[in-house]
Design a protein around this ligand. Structure first.
Ligand code: TXA
Ligand code: MG
Length: 333
């Protein structure tokens, strides 16, 4: 897999190829969103289910009216306020975008990223770029060039190296086609920040049986080690570490930076930076360091906990719950 300049990446994209590019959230695997052939290569390289639609990235707000119809005033306010930036707006789509991108839905998700490389590429080429996260489906999203290389080196021709992603979690996704807008995926732009701009919105419960963002139903962001979110006292947390060590497991702990020193008995302790910037890197690092099980603190940040609950398949070990119940939930999963 070659490291590309912006111009070389554009040449490949114009030729119907796929390339990985940095954005401020996570690296994306990009293709011309108008081409069935190019877009099908994304699904193939990632091993992504075809019923999971892709986000389309644009560099110029004028492109919105080519790609979408019935754009509400509120949607325009959001785009004016938060673009370029980590917000994806779901709108009714025109038929310019490949049906593979929208996975047969009548809507399309649009985003203008703020990363300087992504923005330059989009503006110079004028191509609307379909780009999901540049990981193999089911793995943690890539937030560094090394993650992209590890996942896709044999599957794509090239990528642009933009260093480490600033935000490290995928964009907030908001559906603007309903009467009351719905946040489908929480991200670094919060519900409160959005409500200041457009008033009340709903949010779809991340643990819904049938989430509206099709991607939210798949096991996601998961390292090889099983993750458990721990809710309870420090003593409880430490007893869980001890139990698992006694069972011969290599124990990882994900914690606040300030509580790092409390878990000396665990094998691998990784502190989560503010807003979860290194969440995906940490999940990959637990695998690199051979953790069998990861015990995680609760971080109280909606976007972080959304990803962690998914990665753990909602496994929560609650001190208030009877231990037999806890053990059965652990075994079932
Ligand atoms: O930050 C991001 O959004 C990154 C970077 C590369 O821009 N991209 C990203 O794409 O996270 P992806 O494909 O991994 O996640 C897209 C999410 C999925 O949950 C998908 O189901 C949802 O957005 N989505 C896309 N189009 C949709 C639509 N028309 N209606 C509902 N949900 C949609
Ligand atoms: Mg993804």
């Amino acid at each position: 897999m070659k490291t590309l300049t912006i111009q070389k990446a554009i040449d490949l994209l114009v030729g119907g190829e796929i390339v990985a590019i940095p954005t401020e959230t996570v690296y994306g695997l990009a293709a011309d969103a108008r081409s069935d052939e190019a877009v099908s290569k994304i699904f193939k390289a990632k091993g992504r289910p075809s019923d999971n639609p892709l986000i389309v990235h644009i560099g110029d707000i004028a492109q919105v009216d080519h790609l979408a119809i019935d754009v509400s005033e509120k949607a325009r306010l959001l785009m004016d306020h938060f673009w370029p930036g980590p917000l994806t707006v779901i709108l009714s789509s025109t038929d310019i975008i490949s049906g593979l991108v929208t996975a047969g839905l009548t809507t399309v998700g649009l985003r203008m990223p703020s990363h300087q490389i992504a923005l330059k590429l989009l503006r110079k080429s004028g191509i609307p770029l379909a780009a999901p996260s540049a990981n193999i489906s089911g793995k943690p999203s890539p937030t560094s060039a090394m993650h992209v290389r590890n996942d896709l080196k044999d599957r794509i021709t090239g990528f642009i190296n933009g260093g480490t992603c600033n935000i490290g979690l995928e964009s907030t996704v908001i559906d603007m086609t309903t009467d009351v807008p719905i946040i489908l995926r929480p991200g670094s732009i919060t519900r409160a920040e959005i409500e200041i701009v457009i008033g009340d919105v709903d949010s779809s419960d991340a643990t819904f049986e049938k989430p509206k963002a099709p991607g939210m139903k798949y096991a996601h962001y998961a390292p090889k080690a099983k993750i458990f979110i721990v809710r309870g006292s420090l003593n409880f947390f430490r007893s869980l570490i001890k139990e698992r060590k006694e069972n011969g497991l290599r124990v990882g702990v994900l914690c606040h930076t300030s509580s790092r020193a409390l878990y000396k008995k665990a094998h691998v302790v990784l502190p989560l930076e503010k807003q979860g910037k290194n969440l995906y890197d940490s999940l990959r690092e637990f695998d690199n360091q051979g953790a069998d099980v990861i015990l995680s603190e609760d971080f109280g940040n909606e976007a972080v906990m959304n990803r962690l609950l998914k990665a753990s398949e909602n496994r929560v070990l609650n001190e208030d719950q009877a231990s037999e119940e806890r053990i059965s939930s652990e075994v079932e999963n």
